[in-house]
Design a protein around this ligand. Structure first.
Ligand code: IDP
Ligand code: MG
Length: 149
C-alpha cells in the first residue's frame, strides 16, 4: 500500500490542532504508521524544502518550520498521497475549500498548518528524510475489511 509523509507545522501545534488533524486522517480510513513530535533542525528544514531554495519566501519558511515543534507522520492507504493532499486543501488557505484542513483553519499562505507529500517520488524521499526504518510500524488494522472492499 501507498505511504505519504505529513507534518503538522508549528502553527498547527501551537494552535492545539494536532488531535483535530490526526482525527481527520484516521476517520478517513488511513493508517498511521509513523509519528513523532520534534524540533526541526535548520539542516532538515533546508533539505525538506530544498526545491523552494530560490523562492523569495524560502528564508521565512525555514525560520517558520524551525520555530517550534512539528508533528511528523507517515500514513498508509490506497491512494493516500493524492487523497491526503485533498484533505489538506490548497496551499493558500484563502483558496482552500471549506471542509479541508487549510480551508477550515487557515487564513494565510505562510501559516497553512500542515505539509503533505505531493507525489510518489517526493513521498518516498520525504519519508526517508524524516524517519528511520525502525521508526515505522507496519500493522494491519482489524477493521480493514470495513474500509476496503
Ligand atoms: P504545498 O505545501 O501546498 O505543497 P508548496 O508550493 O510546495 O505548497 O510550498 C511549500 C510551503 O511554502 C507552503 O506550504 C507554504 O508554507 C510556503 N509557501 C508557499 N508559497 C508561499 C508564499 O507565497 N509565501 C509564504 N509562504 C509560502
Ligand atoms: Mg509542496
Amino acid at each position: 500500500m501507498e505511504r505519504t509523509f505529513l507534518a503538522i507545522k508549528p502553527d498547527g501545534v501551537q494552535r492545539k490542532l494536532v488531535g483535530e488533524i490526526i482525527r481527520r486522517f484516521e476517520a478517513k480510513g488511513f493508517t498511521l504508521v509513523g509519528l513523532k513530535l520534534m524540533n526541526v533542525s535548520r539542516e532538515l528544514a533546508e533539505s525538506h524544502y530544498g526545491v523552494h531554495k530560490d523562492k523569495p519566501f524560502f528564508a521565512g519558511l525555514v525560520e517558520f518550520i524551525t520555530s517550534g515543534p512539528v508533528v511528523a507522520m507517515v500514513w498508509e492507504g490506497d491512494g493516500v498521497i493524492a487523497a491526503a493532499r485533498k484533505v489538506i486543501g490548497a496551499t493558500n488557505p484563502l483558496n482552500a475549500e471549506p471542509g479541508t484542513i487549510r480551508g477550515d483553519f487557515g487564513a494565510n499562505i505562510g501559516r497553512n498548518l500542515i505539509h503533505g507529500s505531493d507525489a510518489p517520488e517526493t513521498a518516498q524521499s520525504e519519508i526517508a528524510l524524516w524517519f528511520s526504518d525502525a521508526e515505522l510500524v507496519a500493522w494491519q488494522p482489524t477493521i480493514m475489511s470495513w474500509i476496503y472492499e
